[in-house]
Write a protein that binds this ligand. Structure first.
Ligand code: BT5
Length: 242
């Protein structure tokens, strides 16, 4: 694993995608400051100041394993949740891959595939974790409740290097097993963290909304919603409620 450490960049995902051909499989791009962090669906990821984590991992797995790529963010969400548990917290996962602590968002994950002439080259898996935020800066996130590890632990400072090493070690420790076994490998752990299961939810997609009871997570990581007795399988969207 090679680590590229940047002082400041617009987005570690954009940088990793731009330089994708130059980077080997499992290269990690880290930045201290991220000026234009991106979320899913063109949303923004806000840099909450010094000491927060922004990283992207370049992955070039074999083409045979394509069906598990879609679940990589869920794998990373499980890895991160386990680390937060080691810090003494009780995180939850909001499908597909928001990680929350006390119902507030502490991390976001963005996975993008890289194509050249319509041929799949690999993926860039990015994660932002709020490790050291000031309470007043959290107010910059207006559409969601956000939190940070230092606030949840009630401490002044969380060591970013230690946290980053734990995260990368845990991610790569079981990465190959995950690739070969797919979502089934993490399904039980993932479901354990899903507080919304069994509750009334609404899932907003690009064009439509699905309301019902969150029934299950399928063997491929899709969300199963019981809509008045009929199962609807969703592979993308944002959960509201639950
Ligand atoms: C995500 O998108 O949560 C994925 C964020 C991925 C960020 C990493 S940082 C390293 C790498 N480089 C990048 O450019 N991106 C990745 P989404 O599910 O769409 O959520 C975005 C929403 O999260 C925003 O609309 C806000 O409501 C909220 N948000 C933004 N910044 C936040 C923060 N620092 N903490 C908590 N919530 C935040």
């Amino acid at each position: 694993m090679k680590i590229i450490h940047l002082d400041k960049i617009d987005s570690t995902n954009s940088y990793a995608k731009l330089n994708f051909d130059k980077f080997d499989d499992k290269t990690v791009v880290l930045a201290d400051i991220q000026t234009a962090g991106r979320g899913r669906y063109d949303r923004k990821w806000v840099d909450l100041g010094c000491g927060n984590l922004f990283l992207s991992i370049v992955l070039k797995p074999s083409n045979d394993l394509k069906q598990v790529y879609a679940c990589l963010p869920q794998y990373l969400a499980v890895v991160l949740s386990n680390i937060l548990r080691d810090y003494g917290l009780s995180p939850s996962i909001k499908w597909p891959n928001d990680v929350l602590v006390n119902d507030a968002k502490i991390a976001g994950i963005l996975c993008e595939s890289v194509m050249r002439k319509n041929i799949f080259q690999g993926l860039v898996l990015g994660i932002g974790v709020n490790l050291n935020a000031q309470k007043e800066n959290l107010a910059k996130i207006t559409d969601k409740t956000a939190t940070s590890l230092n606030i949840e632990l009630g401490c002044e400072y969380v060591d970013k290097q230690v946290f980053t090493e734990k995260l990368l070690y845990a991610f790569f420790e079981n990465y190959d097993k995950f690739l070969h076994n797919g979502f089934a490998y993490i399904k039980n752990e993932y479901i354990k963290s899903c507080k919304f299961l069994g509750k009334d939810i609404c899932v907003k997609g690009f064009r439509d909304e699905t309301a019902g009871i969150a029934k299950d997570i399928s063997n491929t990581g899709a969300l199963v919603v019981d809509c008045q007795g009929k199962d609807v399988i969703l592979t993308m969207g944002d959960i509201f409620g639950g």
